[in-house]
Design a protein around this ligand. Structure first.
Ligand code: WT7
Length: 660
């Protein structure tokens, strides 16, 4: 048991357990410092050397970083590789063919093991099937699939033939799916009849059908349907085919398509502060390098480990730490179809015990929900399960409050497992600021220090680094291999969003605030500095939700803000003005429900506002600007103490405060 020690600035520090450090890939602070110094002394050489070590190249690259068209940076561009070859074939060549790559546990508890050989055979069959359907290198393929081995196989199959995949999370609505299909110009969609979550069958194919009738999706020639449940779904003749049928006809050998390191491996849509979701474009070489090196160093993955990342493949975490990273380093991982609360809130603990999971990576929201469940029902408390296989824990997606961190450390990690609190983003491709578990003493709530080679800094609005202990804006001063390459089809928006003129266009702007500890220099992320909300670790743009609200025929105007929530981190709070008199009582309740469902239908259930408040108007300045700052105060249930003299209609604040 490693106990915490008092430290002058922060309440507690957890030293690296000796036993952990002894065998860790990066086993001391000195080893970490040495890696950072290497990167500092020869930045390109450092990454080039890792790229040779972690990635197998069909044609070696001769140049590391190309900055000639900044901020459109290129890495290892004349090198050629294939991501699927790196994740499958080379492991088999190294003798891991019969090693379990994936332990799949279905929603109903059924378990299936897939060896590297078996996985390669499936990937090759599907890759051949895609080719037979006319999919070519560079074509975009949208995947709208359950959390499944088939999802991983579909991603790998696209990579194998050089098609660019774009996974859309199965919780997004037909409208959201349509927008992404259109923006990506996808030629093919792979989906399933239904997905199983928590004992319920939810439609997927029906939503694809709806999306394709909404218009703008003429680029789609085929829909491949995996029969997950055998649900009876209508098939469109000439367009829809069954996955099993198209695969059965194909050989299980498919030579990989060698692509340039800069070839787009995938697009993944994420929310920004304005406008529609943006298609974050990732490379093949730099992305795969970072997926592999972070899986090995941050998770200290070893040949005997059983790794489990609970993220869905619909999010970037499920890309880097399910579909690519663990396979790229020849690991064994658990893939789980279901939800943490079915059949009860002990599902995770039971699965860790059953599969002897040694490295467990999940989101703070899940931990908080499971704490609550364990506290109210002894039967689902983790103490009833044998979690002794665990040696490392991780969190991602949102800040973890120290109380949840302590519980996770004590009740799940038995006080012996370090916790890696990994800060990163869809755009960064992999971990940016994170403990290396054999090198860094831990402070609950801090993601500690940058991954070696990542030049993260906290700066003021002029781009000058602020002293430790002072809050500021998080930037990355040097380009890194797995960074976003572009916003699909919108280079201007890419520049404006990530390389704004404020910092001379030189620094990558993460969109988060941060502060470094006065003594240790450890980073703590203080939250988004733009109009992006983080609800249960899911990123939502306030403007997207507002647009969805005003698309309802009764809504005249809407403003959306976040407010702190014990369980979900942030909760969505909407202020709405109707085209008819402000509703109260039962009518207000009914309308709020209708609007919630409307947002669910427009974007997806994750975007449904928790609170909806109706007003005669919104607080505006005399020039008509909505004062969101004040709405945030009202949303929290606090009294506005700020000066409201610039408001056109100060009285509206009282009305909104009461209309809950
Ligand atoms: C935003 C990115 C990282 C993959 C999943 C989310 C927040 C992420 C942490 C963390 C505090 C975090 C940031 C970031 N975030 N990880 N460890 N501590 N905040 O990816 O959907 O692109 O969201 O999530 O605000 O900007 P994403």
């Amino acid at each position: 048991m490693t106990g915490p020690t008092e430290n002058t600035t922060q309440s507690k520090q957890y030293p690296v357990p000796d036993a952990f450090a002894r065998t860790a890939h990066v086993g001391s602070r000195a080893a970490y410092d040495k890696l950072c110094a290497d990167a500092q002394n020869d930045y390109e050489g450092y990454w080039a050397s890792l790229a040779r070590q972690f990635v197998s190249w069909h044609k070696p690259f001769t140049k590391s970083l190309d900055e000639s068209n900044a901020p459109f940076f290129k890495w290892f561009e004349d090198g050629e590789l294939n991501a699927s070859y790196n994740c499958l074939d080379r492991n088999i060549d190294a003798g891991l063919g019969d090693k379990t790559a994936i332990i799949f546990e279905a929603d109903d508890g059924q378990v299936t093991h897939y060896s590297y050989k078996a996985l390669l055979a499936r990937v090759s069959k599907l890759a051949n099937a895609l080719k037979a359907q006319g999919v070519k290198k560079g074509d975009r393929v949208v995947l709208y699939l359950p959390m499944s081995v088939e999802g991983v196989v579909a991603m790998q199959a696209c990579a194998r033939i050089g098609a660019t995949h774009s996974v859309v999370f199965g919780g997004f609505s037909a409208q959201s799916l349509r927008d992404r299909i259109e923006d990506a110009g996808a030629v093919l969609v792979i989906t399933a009849d239904e997905q199983l979550r928590g004992g319920k069958a939810l439609p997927l194919k029906a939503i694809v059908d709806e999306a394709l009738t909404l218009g703008g999706c003429d680029s789609v020639r085929q829909v491949i349907v995996w029969q997950r449940t055998g649900g009876n779904v209508p098939m469109v003749a000439g367009r829809d085919v069954y996955l099993d049928e198209v695969m059965a006809a194909q050989s299980d050998v498919c030579p990989p398509e060698w692509v340039s390191a800069e070839h787009p491996l995938f697009l993944l849509y994420t929310s920004g502060s304005t406008g529609k979701p943006k298609g974050v474009q990732h490379s093949t070489g730099g992305y795969l390098l970072h997926a592999a090196v972070t899986t090995k160093w941050t998770f200290d993955l070893k040949p005997d480990d059983v790794f489990w990342c609970t993220a869905d493949i619909g999010w970037v975490t499920g890309h880097t730490y399910v579909a690519y990273g663990p396979l790229a380093v020849g690991g064994t991982q658990v893939v789980f179809e279901g939800v943490p609360t079915y059949p009860d809130a002990a599902r995770f603990w039971r699965m860790i015990q059953a599969h002897k999971v040694s490295i467990f990576y999940t989101a703070p929201t899940a931990i908080r929900a499971l704490i609550k469940a364990a506290e109210s029902n002894e039967a689902v408390h983790p103490r009833n399960f044998d979690l002794s296989s665990l040696r490392l824990l991780g969190t991602v997606g949102e800040p973890i409050n120290p109380a949840a961190w302590e519980w996770y450390h004590r009740e799940i990690g038995g006080g012996r497992c370090p916790i890696v609190d990994t800060f990163w983003q869809t755009e960064t491709g992999g971990h940016m600021i994170t403990p290396l578990p054999g090198a860094h003493a831990l402070t609950p709530g801090s993601c500690t220090l940058p991954f070696p080679g990542i030049d993260a800094a906290v700066v003021d609005e002029t781009g000058k680094e602020v002293p430790w202990g002072q809050g500021g804006v998080l930037v990355v001063r040097k380009p890194w291999p797995s960074m976003i390459r572009n916003i699909w089809g919108d280079s201007e928006r890419f520049k404006k969003s990530y390389y704004p003129a404020d910092f001379n266009g030189k620094y990558y702007l993460a969109g988060d605030g941060a502060i470094r500890d006065e003594h240790t220099g450890y980073f703590t992320i203080t939250g988004r500095i733009d109009d992006v909300l983080n609800v249960s670790g899911h990123r939502m743009g306030t403007m997207e939700i507002e647009s969805a609200l005003v698309s309802h025929p009764l809504v005249a105007e809407a403003a959306v803000v976040g407010r702190p929530d014990d369980l979900t981190g942030e909760a969505i709070c909407a202020f709405v003005v109707l085209k008819r008199p402000r509703p109260t009582g039962e009518e207000a309740k009914q309308l709020a429900n209708e609007l919630r469902n409307h947002v669910g239908h427009e974007i997806g259930p994750i975007a449904k506002p928790k609170d909806i408040r109706f007003g005669d108007n919104l607080p505006k300045t005399r020039s008509g600007k909505i004062m969101r700052r004040l709405l945030r105060v009202v949303a929290k249930g606090e009294t506005v103490t700020q000066d409201t003299s610039t408001l056109e209609n100060p009285a509206i604040l009282d009305q909104l405060a009461q209309s809950n």
